[in-house]
Design a protein around this ligand. Structure first.
Ligand code: UDX
Length: 448
């Protein structure tokens, strides 16, 4: 099928590329000429495992094209995806201006029937707005051309997006006509080999499904962080509790890892947007507000443990920070707990020596050149002469504690671990103070 994708951000680029990989003819459109030039030259603007070779291969074959020419792209696509950003407004609701601008562009240029697919995460009711915007443009030029609007939320995880798209758990499609359902069934046939993968429903339910899924996952995390905080206060170990509850299949082991708060482009934004939707419909979503508030507090725990160790005085202290991205295998720093920590350290007069396997450039872009931030070439370099180490992201390479290395480079004997990567007793034996999340604090064993 001929597919056009508006937006070459994370979702648009992954979706367009995977659809091309599965045999569709795809044109990706963006207003950003530099980005399009880059993509045409094989430069991928985001880091996502497996994406680059797939883009390059399909681009070479001609099944994946990049352009800024919206008019011909609209005309070419039978199915047109809207995958542009929906950044949160100041009040937390999703800003639909880019989505609706694309809808108007489609209305202005379409010459034949189109199936218009909302892929961006949009509030319930957006499909109606997209439909209205297209209808208005068609009326303005007196054109009578049919079209369908479909809601097709994405459930991609950064760092595993290709895998998630190519082998989805489910494909949710919201339609209001049989024909649109058929188009989507054909489009996704190569991905949904078993029948039950494709879940077809009404449009509003599909729109709500996306938010419900992310909000529930965020709830699991905030819940677990709350239990972790409680565990610290009652002298329990949340890691034991986690294994204990995860073994119940009704609860499951996934998304119950306590940590230093969830970040990223989805959870914070979606929880807030759903809260807004509730309020706009005269309903107070109490659980969502609590999830959000708990997470905001959780992002501060690394600093409070660190500061607590030094009696509230971090002035002049050098803090090594391992992991800056909001999770491993991405360079995405949006809402990352590392940012809350670093900003608090700076505020307290300390400096940061940071290392992340992917997010160094992004960190530089966000914070620029500053005296109290040293971006290091390696994890070891970040440790050098630092008073304490704080682990913010669970990159695989940080999972094994190398005590020889730690002892020879880190000046202080203090580790604050926001991801519970290490074994507390070992740290104590090796002479460290070790602060994890929801676990008893350990102190250096005498004689270590
Ligand atoms: C998420 C959803 O998983 C995905 O389905 C949706 O489409 C987009 O949002 P993503 O934001 O890429 O994906 O990351 P995810 O792996 O879900 O992690 C989100 C955050 O939760 C990270 O900050 C992670 O560190 C945190 N997290 C996750 C925990 O703190 N504990 C856990 O047990 C799991």
């Amino acid at each position: 099928m001929k597919v056009t994708v508006f937006g070459t951000g994370y979702v648009g680029l992954v979706s367009g590329t995977c659809l091309a990989e599965m045999g569709h003819e795809v044109i990706c459109v963006d207003v950003d000429q530099d980005k399009i030039d880059g993509l045409n030259a094989g430069r991928i603007p985001i880091y996502e495992p497996g994406l680059e070779p797939m883009v390059v291969r399909n681009h070479r074959l001609g099944t994946l094209q990049f352009t800024t020419d919206a008019e011909s792209a609209v005309q070419a696509g039978e199915v047109i995806f809207i995958a542009v950003g929906t950044p949160p407004d100041e009040d937390g609701s999703a800003d639909l201006q880019y989505v609706l601008a694309v809808a108007r562009t489609i209305g202005q240029h379409m010459q034949s029937h189109k199936t218009v697919v909302d892929k961006s995460t949009v509030p319930v009711g957006t499909a109606d707005k997209v439909r209205a915007a297209i209808t208005q443009e068609l009326a303005a030029r007196d054109a009578q051309i049919g079209f369908d609007v479909v809601s097709n939320p994405e459930f991609l995880k950064e760092g595993a997006a290709i895998e998630d798209f190519m082998k989805p758990d489910r494909i949710v499609v919201g339609v209001d006509s049989k024909a649109a359902g058929e188009v989507m069934r054909n489009l996704y046939a190569p991905f949904a080999r078993t029948k039950d993968k494709l879940i077809v429903m009404d449009i509003r339910s599909a729109e709500l499904t996306k938010y419900a899924a992310n909000a529930l996952l965020a709830t699991k995390i905030s819940f677990m962080n709350e239990i972790a905080n409680l565990a610290e206060r009652v002298g329990a170990d949340v890691e034991a509790v986690r294994r204990g509850i995860g073994s119940d299949p009704r609860i499951g082991y996934q998304f119950i890892f306590p940590g230093c708060g969830y970040g990223g482009s989805c959870f914070p934004k979606d929880v807030q947007a759903l809260e807004r939707t509730a309020r706009a419909n005269a309903y107070e979503a109490r659980i969502l507000s609590a999830v959000e508030a708990t997470n905001a507090e959780q992002k501060k725990v690394l600093f409070s443990k660190l500061s607590g160790h030094f009696g509230g005085d971090l002035a002049g202290k050098r803090i090594a920070v391992w992991g800056l991205s909001f999770k491993p295998n991405t360079d995405d720093m949006r809402e990352a707990p590392s940012r809350t920590l670093m900003e608090a350290v700076w505020q307290a007069g300390g400096s940061v020596q940071a290392f992340d396997p992917e997010a160094m450039e992004e960190t530089r872009r966000i914070y620029g050149q500053r005296d109290d931030l040293t971006l290091c070439d390696s994890a070891i370099e970040a440790l050098t002469d630092a008073d304490a180490l704080v682990i913010c992201t669970e990159w695989s390479q940080f999972r094994t504690a190398n005590f020889k290395q730690l002892k020879s480079h880190l000046k202080g004997r203090v580790v604050v671990d926001g991801r519970n990567l290490w074994v507390p007793e070992e740290l104590a034996r090796e002479g460290f103070y070790y602060y994890a999340i929801g676990r008893p604090v350990v102190e250096p064993v005498a004689g270590s």
